[in-house]
Write a protein that binds this ligand. Structure first.
Ligand code: GTP
Length: 334
C-alpha cells in the first residue's frame, strides 16, 4: 500500500496504535529527511520539537483515545535542514495490513502562520491607533469645552459692556445710545404708517436746586425724577436720560391722544418729587411721527424728531414752564 501513500499530495505517516512509526510517504520524508527504514519503529514525537511533543502528549493523545481521531491539531515538525515547520494534523485510527494503526496527514501551514502573525500585528496596530484616536478625541472634547466656556465668557462680557454703554450710571435709565437703538429697531420692524411720538422732558430751574442745595441733592432729585417718569410711561415706552437734566420718552405706536395722556401723567408724577417741600416741575416738548422712512434715513429721522421736540420744548419753557407744547406737523418722509 506504500505506493498509494506516495501518491497523496500531503505528508502522511502511519503509526501503530501507540504511535510508533510504520510508514512515511515521500512528501513526509522530503520534509523531515531520511527514508522509511530510518524512521520505522521510532516514536512519532521524535519528528517534533519539545513544545509539540508536550502538546502531543497532553492534548492529541487524550483526544485520540476518546474519539479515535483528531482534526486540525497545530504542531511543528523538525525538518531535515534543522527548521521547525508549522503543520496542521488530521489523524484517525484504521487498519493497515490488517493491523490496528493510525494514519496521520499533515498540512504544511507556513503561509497560514505568517498570515496569523501579520494579522496579530495588524490588530495590535489598529488597537494602538484606536486608543490614540480616542485620546485625541478626548483632548478635542476638552478643547471644545474650554472654547465654549471662553466664548460664553466673552459674550457675557460683551453683553455687559453693551448694557453699560447704553446705561446712565446715575439714574440707571438708558442713555442716548439706547434711544437710538430703540428707534432704529422700531423702524426696521414697524409697518409703514405706524404712529409714534417723542417727548423731551426738561427739569424746570434745576440749576437752582444745585445752587441752593448742592450737587448731591441735585443728583438725588434726578434719580427720583427718573423713577417717576418710568412710572408714568406705558409698557412699550422707553424713558432715557438724554443728558444733564433732560430726559426723553420714546413712545412707539402712540397716537397724539396716547402721547397726551403720558405727558399729563408725567407732569403729575414728577410733582411728587419735592425740594424744600416744593414740587419739581418739568417742561415737555412733543413731536408725533409716522413710520414712512426708508431704512437708510434712520438717523435723519431721529435727528428731525429730536430737533422738533426740542423746538416744542423751547416754546414750553418760553411760555412759562410746567407745561407741554406740541410740534404741529408730524415727522416722516413719503
Ligand atoms: N446734580 C446734577 N446737576 C446736573 C447734572 N447734569 C446737569 N446738571 C445741572 O443742571 C443744570 C441745568 O441748568 P440750566 O441749563 O441753566 O437749566 P435750568 O436751571 O433747569 O433752567 P431751565 O431749563 O431754563 O428751566 C446745571 O446747573 C447743570 O450743572 C447732574 O448729573 N447732576
Amino acid at each position: 500500500m506504500k505506493p498509494y501513500l506516495d501518491l497523496l499530495p500531503s505528508p502522511v505517516l502511519v503509526t501503530d496504535a501507540s504511535g510508533h512509526i510504520k510508514e512515511a510517504n515521500l512528501d513526509l520524508l522530503a520534509l523531515v529527511g531520511g527514508d522509511t527504514s530510518s524512521w520505522a519503529g521510532r516514536y512519532i514525537d521524535t519528528l517534533m520539537p519539545g513544545s509539540s511533543r508536550i502538546f502531543l502528549q497532553t492534548h492529541v493523545w487524550p483526544m485520540m483515545l476518546r474519539h479515535r481521531m483528531v482534526q486540525e491539531m497545530y504542531l511543528h515538525l523538525n525538518t531535515h535542514n534543522q527548521e521547525q515547520v508549522p503543520v496542521m494534523v488530521n489523524a484517525r485510527h484504521g487498519l493497515w495490513n490488517e493491523q490496528e494503526c493510525i494514519f496521520w496527514v499533515f498540512y504544511v501551514a507556513r503561509e497560514r502562520s505568517r498570515f496569523e502573525a501579520e494579522l496579530l500585528e495588524a490588530r495590535a496596530r489598529a488597537q494602538r491607533l484606536a486608543s490614540e484616536l480616542s485620546l485625541a478625541n478626548a483632548e478635542l472634547r476638552t478643547l471644545h469645552a474650554q472654547l465654549a466656556q471662553r466664548t460664553e465668557f466673552v459674550e457675557s462680557q460683551n453683553r455687559e459692556l453693551s448694557t453699560l454703554s447704553e446705561t446712565d450710571p446715575l439714574t440707571r435709565l438708558g442713555n442716548r445710545r439706547a434711544l437710538e437703538r430703540a428707534v432704529a429697531h422700531w423702524q426696521s420692524q414697524a409697518p409703514i404708517g405706524t404712529p409714534a411720538a417723542l417727548m423731551m422732558v426738561d427739569v424746570d430751574h434745576f440749576k437752582r436746586v444745585n445752587d441752593t442745595h448742592g450737587h448731591d441733592e441735585g443728583d438725588r432729585v434726578l434719580q427720583q425724577l427718573a423713577q417717576q417718569l418710568q412710572a408714568s410711561r406705558r409698557g412699550s415706552d422707553l424713558v432715557v436720560r438724554y443728558g444733564g437734566e433732560e430726559f426723553a420718552i420714546w413712545l412707539p405706536g402712540a397716537t397724539p391722544d396716547g402721547a397726551r395722556s403720558v405727558a399729563t401723567r408725567a407732569h403729575a408724577m414728577v410733582k411728587k418729587v419735592l425740594v424744600d417741600q416744593k414740587p419739581i416741575t418739568v417742561s415737555i416738548g412733543v413731536v408725533c411721527a409716522q413710520h414712512t422712512l426708508h431704512k437708510e434715513r434712520d438717523m435723519v429721522f431721529l435727528s428731525r424728531l429730536l430737533h422738533q421736540a426740542d423746538l416744542a420744548l423751547y416754546r414750553a419753557k418760553a411760555a412759562g414752564r410746567d407745561r407741554t407744547e406740541w410740534h404741529t406737523s408730524s415727522v416722516g418722509l413719503s
